[in-house]
Design a protein around this ligand. Structure first.
Ligand SMILES: Nc1nc2c(ncn2[C@@H]2O[C@H](COP(=O)(O)OP(=O)(O)OP(=O)(O)O)[C@@H](O)[C@H]2O)c(=O)[nH]1
Ligand SMILES: [Mg+2]
Length: 448
């Protein structure tokens, strides 16, 4: 499936700023001509050419390496040229400008990968994995992205889709050729095969759910009354002296975020202003922002000052929606004398810690992982996105409805199977819309 584009695109593929090497990447039909104009020849495909890059007047722009990939054996499937020069912003700017003078236009974010998708080099899951690999914040996330990029998730989805297709073809053949309903033997067979597909789908759904968490991380917000030790906890958990701590209540005014790696899970930890009614305008704004952060959280750590009566402190969480998980953290246990670790016998999850000594913090991290559903077993996890989960959920619903039609209306059964298949096809990109493609590729970096 080749949809070769008429225009040639170009971008600096390396990050902005100074570096040892910088790369300008070009893709499209003019790549060979641009190479010739810049270097005096078209490099042999996949052979490194040590060369000088010159403009139309023959003035040198840089000295470097040119690499040419001939269509279809390239990342995008088109002719691709890579110009590796010195990684200075001015050098890259001049080189890119010359390339555009020679007929290329500036690439949109993700346009190289979009072309790779359109030319059948990658499916949509793999294309998304490219961006996820680049954006990985933990080693586990990078590994899971590579698994998706290598096509493992795609092949599992394709296998499930194929199984559904076979089942549907079988049922449709029966509708076309037989006056009789399915015989009892094939009815059991159908039910068994359908159950098998449902099991496979449930398994991949679980892996994909973990993948989503792995990809975006979890928002964990530290909240509580002033002076409870939220900022101290933030510093201890992130092993950095990131935020100001003081015995003065009302120290933190702003919302501050730090990302920590908790057994492979990226936790976006947010410190907030102590919750109280304040006449101070700035502190009042801090409290408003704290409350807003809580409503966006995957988990709120309700930090309790264990030296102060509990009753008054709990009230500050009364406005928090019930569907946001909450973990009580009794702090300052080095002074209160409470035993650190998981607090049992409470209606809510609770852990006792000391932000000062670090005692109880590993129990706290464990408890955070449990509540977020993080098993840490990401050996089999694929990097995935919310839209994959939604599509798999949709397919799961169609299969459930289909199983209700086994032994009943064969047409309805076949139709539900078809819908399940179409829904799955949306994940890998067999069925797509321009809006979806725009949404996916616009979040990429330029040059990828
Ligand atoms: N002994 C002891 N002192 C602590 C502990 N945690 C915090 N503190 C002290 O309690 C005081 C308040 O700590 P912060 O971390 O600033 O408290 P906060 O909840 O961020 O306070 P605000 O920003 O004002 O809302 C500081 O003097 C800390 O040193 C702890 O576990 N043990
Ligand atoms: Mg604070």
């Amino acid at each position: 499936m080749q949809h070769l584009q008429e225009d040639t695109i170009a971008a600096v593929a390396t990050p902005t700023g100074a570096g040892g090497i910088g790369i300008v990447r070009v893709s499209g039909p003019k790549s060979a001509g641009i190479a010739k104009a810049l270097t005096g020849r078209v490099p042999d495909p996949r052979r490194l050419l040590r060369t000088r890059f010159c403009d139309a007047t023959g003035a040198p722009l840089d000295d470097g390496i040119a690499l040419f990939f001939q269509s279809p054996a390239s990342y995008t499937g088109e002719d691709v040229l890579e110009l590796q020069g010195h990684g200075g912003p001015m050098v890259m700017h001049q080189l890119l400008e010359e390339v555009t003078t020679l007929g290329a236009r500036l690439a949109r974010p993700g346009e190289f990968t979009e072309r790779a998708f359109l030319n059948g080099k990658l499916d949509l899951v793999q294309a998304e994995a490219v961006a996820d690999l680049i954006g990985s914040q933990t080693q586990a996330a990078a590994r899971a992205s590579l698994r998706s990029l290598s096509g493992e998730l795609s092949s599992i989805l394709t296998a499930i889709s194929k199984e559904i297709e076979e089942l549907r073809t079988y049922i449709e053949a029966d509708i076309d050729f037989s006056e009789e309903p399915l015989d009892p033997l094939s009815e059991t067979g159908t039910a068994n095969r359908l159950a098998g597909v449902q099991r496979d789908l449930a398994r991949v759904l679980e892996q994909v759910r973990t993948g989503v968490l792995l990809g975006r991380g979890a928002a964990v917000v530290l909240a509580g009354v002033p002076n409870a030790g939220k900022s101290s906890l933030m510093n201890t958990l992130s092993k950095a002296d990131r935020v100001i701590v003081s015995e003065e209540p009302g120290t933190t005014r702003d919302v501050v975020e730090v990302t920590i790696d908790c057994a492979g899970l990226a936790i976006h930890l947010t410190d907030t202003a102590g919750l109280r009614d304040s006449q101070d305008k700035i502190e009042g704004e801090g409290v408003r922002r704290a409350k807003a952060a809580m409503t966006q959280a995957d988990l709120v750590l309700a930090v309790i000052d264990d030296l102060v009566p509990f009753a008054g402190q709990q009230a500050v969480f009364s406005g928090l929606p019930d569907d946001i998980p909450r973990l009580m953290v009794y702090n300052k246990c080095d002074l209160s004398g409470r035993k650190t670790g998981i607090v049992s016998g409470q209606a809510q999850h609770a852990v006792a810690v000391s932000a000062k000594t670090g005692e109880g913090l590993s129990a706290l991290e464990d408890q955070i992982k449990v509540i977020l559903g993080w098993t840490g077993d990401f050996v089999e996890t694929f990097m995935a996105r919310r839209r994959h989960v939604d599509a798999l959920d949709g397919a799961k619903t169609h299969l459930a409805v289909a199983s209700g039609h086994v032994g009943g209306a064969a047409e309805l059964l076949a139709e539900e199977l078809r819908l399940a298949q179409v829904t799955l096809g949306g994940i890998t990109g067999e069925v797509t819309t321009e809006d979806l493609l725009g949404e996916i590729f616009s979040t990429f970096c330029v040059g990828k």
